[in-house]
Design a protein around this ligand. Sequence first.
Ligand code: COA
Length: 421
Amino acid sequence: MKNHKWSRGVAVVGAGMSRFGAFADKTSRDLFVEAYQEMKSSIDKGFDPDRIDAFYLGNFSSDQFEKQAHLAPILASWIGLSPIASVRVENACASGGIAIRQAALAIASGEYDVVLVGGLEKMTDLDISAVTEALATAADTQFEIPAGFTFPGFYAAMATAYMAEHGAPREAFYHVSIKNHENGALNDKAQFGQTIKQIMESKKKRAEEKGRPVPEWQNEIEFLSDPKGNPNIAWPMALFDCSPVSDGGAVALLVAEDIAKEFTDTPLYLIGSGQASDGALPDRETLASIPAAEAAAKQAYAMAGLTPDDIDLAEVHDCFTIAEIMAIEDLGFFPRGGGWKAAMEGKTARDGEHPVNTSGGLKAKGHPVGASGVGQLNEIWKQLRGVAGARQLQGNPRIGLAHNVGGSGQTCVVNIFERRD
Ligand code: COA
């Protein structure tokens, strides 16, 4: 196998993000500035923006969502960074994670020392059918879209294949959703600040207030099993299996390892990174896993010299609940066909053997598509530095992994970060 060692190390010295959600009164620039300001104040030893050599922005489709292409230089100018080199990186929903990797490679090459990485998407200015149509341009528009697919449909096909191959019950997906909403409820940046139990109770209360029959759901599983509480979107993916449509921005500052301590005594080091690609669904041998994710993870583990059991926490790309179950297998945390059981047994909870999506994941934190990869890094930044508040993992986590998928698995990037002290 190729030796994936880089000639120069890369560190993260600051990170920040806006709240994720639906913000009719904000522009994407407002969200980006919010994230940038928080990143600046996260740098322990202060920071002179004149030191930034280049800017890489993960953004899927501001041209479709906001009728604004060429976003990177516009944002760089907006925050006073012109004339630095500014690049928009587009790899569908993996745009943010790939922007991190491209920025890191540019530092590793020796070209730059200090690079600003951003992720940004403002999706909610369009109505849901226009959003669905815009997202569909990330699929194969010659073969997949004419067959009637949308993104919920792709992941529904994968979920069906997974259930058939591994005997997984639909209930396994509910457990992913319940866990991620529980984590999201502890994250003040999350789009959904409520657990599924709280959502269920408020729906009962609303019914009572309006004089309608009050549903008799006894627990979250009963609520999620009832199409009145959890309507089907594309069977077996129902509403609470889907990530929402979101607005949001996230930012991080990457620097060469040799100067990291000028910014903070506790940087995170990017010790492993891998990226792989694949064809559309009709080109795949299996729909029950994402081969590009497995390949990207292998590269990242080889570069880091680590195994899946060395990872203390992972932020994975749960755009749909099935995606989290496939991810925890693709990343090697659980054997093939073991992901659904692990989800049901609580093994991916904050106190489980492999904590996954402590931020709430894309499901509850939100999924402003181009921002999601940089949002994942924000959670790892907080958890590894011990400042994740009520959702902070116990046991002094040192190694965090981010897994970011584009489309239905045509792109995957895996980045591994370490705190050393
Ligand atoms: N999970 C849980 N609840 C959700 C939700 C989600 N993903 N999306 C919306 N809701 C809730 C809203 O909060 C609202 O609740 P309320 O009635 O109590 O106020 C209700 O559902 C209706 O919201 P609305 O915005 O009208 O939903 P919608 O029907 O327009 O959109 C989906 C729902 C599932 C179709 C949409 O979220 C979606 O397309 N998600 C997938 C996005 C995607 O494909 N991303 C790319 C992944 S690769």
